[in-house]
Design a protein around this ligand. Structure first.
Ligand code: DC
Length: 234
């Protein structure tokens, strides 16, 4: 029999911290920081959809043809690997890190991500990531569809003007309102605030401040001590 104290500290299954939200709301920066601070593996599910979009473009698969995209997704040879704390989807052993960030792939990916059977395939892969242990997983449907049972759900958002400013600062011009609309209005697993999620508006926070909000909440729920203050380092 375990004491109350033991019961509160021993976790039988890996913890999954779901970080969803709009484009350029700060998901990646926050998810990476939270994963690093807690020593959890980081999963960028947008990169998985981007990888499929890249693969379809490379193989000449019509990204507007859901059947063709679904069939490509069923046939491609992939495996998941944990590389330095980041879970990656490798295609034929290769991770197309730079290739998936091109404008061409960004334009193609919402079409690929709208295919229901592709989403089922991705969800299975994403659930399988728990074999790498505790996770911080960022995306659009993690708290609502991939791990709806997790108690750690965060939804990040920021004003459209602030998000556009951030994208422009990265040298990217993108119609974010159009992308959000597409992500929120698709029939299969649309972008939404998951039930029970803590909503973080990052408009007026530095990345360090929003990560600290998330970390404080996770530490509280995991019964971990709060982060040491600056005086501890002195
Ligand atoms: O986060 P990102 O910009 O890299 O995501 C790329 C695209 O993939 C974006 O259009 C939303 C989609 N996506 C999704 O539908 N579900 C996820 N879990 C992650 C991303």
């Amino acid at each position: 029999m375990t004491s109350d104290n033991e019961a509160s500290t021993v976790r039988p299954t890996p913890a999954v911290i779901a970080i969803d939200g709009t484009s350029a709301s700060g998901k990646s920066t926050n998810a990476r920081t939270v994963a690093r601070e807690l020593g959890f593996a980081y999963v960028d599910t947008g990169a998985m959809y981007r990888t499929l979009a890249w693969y379809c473009l490379k193989k000449g698969v019509d990204i507007h043809d859901m059947k063709a995209v679904t069939s490509a997704c069923r046939r491609w040879k992939t495996r998941l690997a944990n590389v330095d704390g980041q879970v990656r989807l490798l295609v034929d052993g290769y991770y197309p890190e730079r290739e998936i960030r091109t404008d061409e792939v960004s334009a193609a990916v919402p079409h690929v991500a709208a295919a229901p059977k592709v989403r089922d395939w991705m969800r299975d892969q994403q659930r399988d990531c728990v074999r790498f242990g505790d996770l911080v997983m960022e995306g659009r449907d993690i708290g609502s569809n991939v791990f709806p049972e997790t108690e750690f759900k965060f939804y990040l958002d920021a004003s459209l003007s602030e998000r556009s400013r951030r994208r422009a600062a990265d040298g990217i011009t993108e119609d974010l309102a159009k992308r959000d609309k597409r992500d929120s209005e698709r029939a299969a697993a649309p972008l939404m605030v998951p039930l029970g999620a803590m909503v973080v508006d990052t408009s007026n926070h530095t990345p360090a401040e929003s990560s600290e909000l998330i970390l404080a909440e996770v530490r509280r729920r995991l019964h971990l001590p709060p982060a040491p203050g600056p005086e501890a380092a002195a």
